[in-house]
Design a protein around this ligand. Structure first.
Ligand SMILES: Nc1ncnc2c1ncn2[C@@H]1O[C@H](COP(=O)(O)OP(=O)(O)OP(=O)(O)O)[C@@H](O)[C@H]1O
Ligand SMILES: [Mg+2]
Length: 269
């Protein structure tokens, strides 16, 4: 276990406008230190992340905003352990992810973090229930227990009666609700949501908002959500803006007025 020390905190951190949550007692669940990611394609190098230093708190709901290409998904891939940074560190519960063995990293991804994507990413030939229980099998839960837990999760998202439907037989909102149930299959502490309502209409999007809000308030799940959806942003504890691979600012939501189509002090993106 490697704890970051003041010596390895970067200069950038000291000057960044960063608000802590209103509840200042919260423990840090994700910490990044000078996180950088470059992609090379032939002769072209894209610096997707250029030194991200953030602390995200257990139980908070934080929305991540920024123009297309600013590095939001790249940031998610790094903190979710789906890809490795070019340099810098990610700590989850103060454990340096880079120090984990392949097995430990797989355990972290399976147990600690749930993922929700804009395009749902369900397995097309599996039923809703099978989609939800697949990650349980990876965690060693199968058979009747997995089935019971899967049905309870589908019930939580209002889809218990449709457990036998395959993705093609479900609407976009139903598929995303199934994906949320799947993301919760191993009771993760963190949900990473990358544009979860990006493909949904307003009403269907609202159903997803309510489910995420419940998971945050009732189960204490830390929700980190890339979105442009102002109704989702209005539920957040904090809002973080990323621009050109760097954190531009982090504010408490209570400090800004969120209205449909705009956020005070920030142009639409
Ligand atoms: N696998 C990759 N190979 C090469 N370049 C990549 C790769 N993934 C992302 N990039 C580049 O990194 C930059 C950041 O991309 P990223 O997907 O993180 O942006 P984003 O903020 O999520 O954008 P959007 O809002 O459109 O989803 C972009 O310039 C993108 O083209
Ligand atoms: Mg993205």
């Amino acid at each position: 276990m490697n704890k970051p020390t003041p010596a390895n905190q970067t200069q950038a951190q000291a000057h960044l406008p960063v608000a802590r949550p209103d509840d200042k007692e919260r423990a840090v669940i994700i910490r990044t230190r000078n996180l950088r990611k470059s992609y090379r394609m032939g002769q072209v190098v894209t610096e997707a992340l250029r030194g991200i230093d953030v602390e995200l708190y257990r139980g908070e709901f934080i929305c991540v905003m920024g123009p297309s290409g600013s590095g939001k998904s790249t940031f998610f891939n790094m903190v979710g352990g789906l890809d490795s940074p070019t340099s810098g560190r990610v700590f989850i519960d103060e454990v340096d992810v880079a120090q984990l063995s392949a097995v430990e990293l797989a355990f972290l991804r399976c147990r600690k973090i749930g993922y929700i994507f804009q395009t749902y990413n369900l397995v097309q030939y599996l039923t809703a229930l099978e989609n939800v229980t697949v990650p349980m099998a990876f965690a060693g839960v199968s058979g009747d227990e997995a089935r019971q837990r899967g049905l309870a999760l589908l019930d939580l998202v209002g889809l218990k009666e449709r457990w036998f439907h395959k993705p093609i037989e479900m609407s976009g909102g139903q598929q995303q609700r199934t994906a949320i149930a799947r993301s919760m299959s191993n009771n993760p502490a963190i949900l990473l949501c990358d544009e979860p309502t990006g493909n949904l209409d307003l009403r269907t999007g609202s159903e997803i908002h309510q489910i995420l809000k419940r998971l945050n308030k009732e189960r204490g799940v830390t929700i980190i959500c890339a979105t442009h959806d102002h109704r989702l942003i209005s539920m957040a504890d904090r809002i973080m803006w990323i621009r050109d691979g760097q954190v531009e600012r982090i504010v408490n939501r209570s400090e800004v007025t969120v209205e449909t189509g705009s956020i005070e002090g920030q142009e639409n993106e």
